[in-house]
Design a protein around this ligand. Structure first.
Ligand code: GBH
Length: 514
C-alpha cells in the first residue's frame, strides 16, 4: 500500500471510532404497531371552569390567588377545549397520530370529589370526546389524574389524608364503568413527584403547601403509590376481562450525569438523583418497596437530624406485595438532563453550558439523555414495555410559526429513542409529543409555549394554527421513524424547509431565536 492510502484508511476508521453513536443520526423504523401520540391535560386546555356543574379544583383556587401564576393567568378559559371538541380532533387528524393522550378533570365529573354527587354533564363531555376520537380512528390514552384535585378533597387534607386512597379508587371505578368501553389505555397518575414535591413540598404548585418540605412529600408519595395500586387492582379484577385494556402510571425524570466523569462522588450523586426522581415511584411499583439507596439516605439524614425514625414512611410486607407489579407498561415523561455532584446538603444539579436553551429555564436540550434513561429503565426495572407519554420543548416571547428549534428537538430526541430501540434493545412502544397546542403552562401561565399548534389568544375564537413542526411531526408519524434517504423512495424525500438545514446551521438559528 502506498502510505497515502494507508493514512486515508486510518483516518476513515479513526473517524468511525471517534464519531460516537450519540452524534450520528440513525436510520430505521419503530415497531409496526408503534403508538404515535400527542398530549394535553385537562386544566391546561379545557377552560369551562364552572360550566355545567363542574366543581372547583385546587388549580382553580391556586390560579385565583394573587401572584401564584405569571401575569395572573388562569385556566378559566384556557384553550376552551370544553367547547372545541371538533377543533381539537381536527388538528389531531391533521397530525395523523394514532393516539391522543388527555386527562380527565376529576371535579368536572365529581364536583365534590366523591361519588355521592355525579355530574352527568361532565361525563358527557368526555363521552363526546371519545366518540369523536373513535370516529377519527384515534385511540385515546386517558390519564385519570393530571394535578387538578377537587378542592373539596383538599379541604380534608388531600393526598395527606389516607382516605384519599378510597376516594381515588371510587373515582377510577366510576370512570372505568362509564368510559372504559371506549378506552384501552389508562394512566392513573401523571408525574407523581410533581404533586409530592411541588404541591406539598415547595408549595410552588397547587395546593401550595410548604409547611413540611422534609416530611409531607414522602407522605403524599406514599398515599399516591397506594392509590395507584388500588386503581390498578380494581381494573385488573373487575374490568380487564371485559374491557381488555391496559393501565399503568406515568413517572417523569431528568437523566443525570456526573459533573466530573473522573470523580466517584459525582457518579454516586448522579445515580442518587435518578433513584430519588424516577425510582421513588418506579421502584415500589416495578421492583417492590423503595430502593435501598433511597431508604438508607433518608434514614441516615433523619437520624443525623435527631429524629427517632426515617422521614420516609415504611410499607408493610403485605403492602409491598400488593404494590409490586401494578403496571402494564412503563409510562415515561422526559424533557431534559442535568449534571450532578454532591454538596453539603444534598446533590446539586447544573446543566452543561453547551446544551441549548429553550423557552423554559429548567429545560436544556440534551438529546443523549433520553437514550440513557431508557436504558436505565430497561436494566433496572426488568425490561418493561415503555410508552413515552411526554417529550417536548417550549419557546417564549415573539411568536414565530417557523419553530425550527422544536423540529431540531424532536428530530434529535426521537432519533435517540430509535437508537435505544434498535441498537440497545429497549422495548419502546410509543412516543408522545407534548403538547398538542400551546396551553396554560402551570405557574408560567401562557408565556411558555410547548404546542405543535399555536393558539392565538388575541382572537376570541382561540384558533389553533399549525407551527412548522406540525409538518415535521406528521412526516415522522407517516414514516414511522427515520427512513434512509439513500434508499430512495421514502416519504421523507418530500420534506422541505428547515429540517433540511445542517444541525450546525440549525443551532445558530436556535440561539438567535431564543
Ligand atoms: C410536564 O411536567 C407536565 O406533565 C405537563 O403538564 C407540562 O406542561 C409539561 O411537562 C411542560 O412543563 O425548576 O421549579 O421552575 C414537566 C415537569 C416541570 C419538571 C417543570 C421540572 C421545573 C420547575 N417539569 N419543573 S422549576
Amino acid at each position: 500500500f502506498p502510505v497515502a492510502v494507508l493514512v486515508e484508511i486510518c483516518v476513515f476508521f479513526l473517524h468511525e471510532i471517534c464519531t460516537h453513536d450519540d452524534e450520528k443520526m440513525l436510520y430505521g423504523h419503530f415497531r409496526e404497531d408503534f403508538m404515535w401520540s400527542s398530549a394535553s391535560a385537562s386544566y391546561q386546555i379545557e377552560g369551562g371552569w364552572r360550566a355545567d356543574g363542574k366543581g372547583l379544583s385546587i388549580w382553580d383556587k391556586f390560579a385565583h390567588s394573587p401572584s401564584k401564576i405569571l401575569n395572573d393567568d388562569n385556566g378559566d378559559i384556557a384553550c376552551d377545549s370544553y367547547n372545541k371538541i371538533e377543533e381539537d380532533v381536527a388538528i389531531l387528524k391533521q397530525l395523523k397520530v394514532s393516539h391522543y393522550r388527555f386527562s380527565l378533570s376529576w371535579s368536572r365529573v365529581l364536583p365534590d370529589g366523591t361519588i355521592n354527587n355525579i355530574n352527568e354533564a361532565g361525563i358527557k363531555y368526555y363521552q363526546r370526546l371519545l366518540d369523536a376520537l373513535h370516529a377519527a380512528n384515534i385511540q385515546p390514552q386517558v390519564t385519570l389524574y393530571h394535578w387538578d384535585l377537587p378542592q373539596a378533597i383538599e379541604d380534608y387534607g388531600g393526598f395527606l389524608n389516607e382516605n384519599f386512597i378510597k376516594l381515588f379508587r371510587d373515582y377510577a371505578d366510576l370512570m372505568f364503568d362509564r368510559l372504559g368501553d371506549k378506552v384501552k389505555i389508562w394512566i392513573t397518575f401523571n408525574e407523581p413527584i410533581m404533586t409530592a414535591n411541588h404541591g406539598y413540598g415547595f408549595g410552588s404548585f397547587a395546593p401550595g403547601i410548604s409547611s413540611g418540605p422534609d416530611t409531607l412529600p414522602y407522605i403524599v408519595g406514599h398515599n399516591l403509590i397506594k392509590a395507584h395500586a388500588e386503581a390498578w387492582h380494581l381494573y385488573n379484577d373487575k374490568y380487564r376481562a371485559k374491557q381488555n385494556g391496559i393501565i399503568s402510571i406515568t413517572v417523569n425524570s431528568d437523566w443525570s450525569e456526573p459533573r466530573n466523569p473522573y470523580r466517584q462522588e459525582d457518579y454516586d450523586a448522579a445515580r442518587r438523583v435518578v433513584e430519588f426522581y424516577l425510582g421513588w415511584f418506579a421502584h415500589p411499583i416495578f421492583n417492590g418497596d423503595y430502593s435501598e439507596i433511597m431508604k438508607k439516605r433518608i434514614r441516615d439524614r433523619s437520624l443525623a437530624a435527631g429524629l427517632p425514625q426515617s422521614r420516609l414512611p415504611e410499607f408493610t410486607p403485605e403492602e409491598i406485595k400488593r404494590i409490586k407489579g401494578t403496571h402494564d407498561f412503563f409510562g415515561l415523561n422526559h424533557y431534559t438532563s442535568v449534571l450532578a455532584f454532591p454538596v453539603d446538603h444534598g446533590d446539586a444539579q447544573i446543566s452543561d453550558r453547551t446544551w441549548l436553551d429553550t423557552g423554559s429555564s429548567w429545560l436544556k436540550i440534551a438529546p443523549f439523555g433520553i437514550r440513557r434513561l431508557l436504558n436505565f429503565i430497561k436494566n433496572e426495572y426488568g425490561n418493561p414495555p415503555i410508552v413515552i407519554t411526554e417529550n417536548g420543548v417550549s419557546e417564549r416571547g415573539t411568536v414565530d410559526l417557523n419553530d425550527v428549534h422544536r423540529i431540531y428537538y424532536y428530530d434529535q430526541y426521537i432519533n435517540e429513542v430509535l437508537k435505544a430501540y434498535l441498537l440497545d434493545g429497549v422495548d419502546v412502544r410509543g412516543y408522545t409529543a407534548w403538547s398538542l397546542m400551546d396551553n396554560l403552562e402551570w405557574t408560567a401561565g401562557f408565556s411558555e409555549r410547548f404546542g405543535l399548534f399555536y393558539v392565538n389568544r388575541t382572537d376570541p375564537n382561540l384558533p389553533r394554527v399549525p407551527k412548522s413542526s406540525v409538518n415535521f411531526y406528521t412526516k415522522m408519524v407517516k414514516c414511522n421513524g427515520f427512513p434512509d434517504p439513500e434508499s430512495g423512495h421514502d416519504v421523507l424525500d418530500d420534506v422541505t424547509g428547515p429540517e433540511l438545514l445542517l444541525p450546525s446551521a440549525l443551532n445558530l438559528t436556535v440561539i438567535n431565536m431564543l
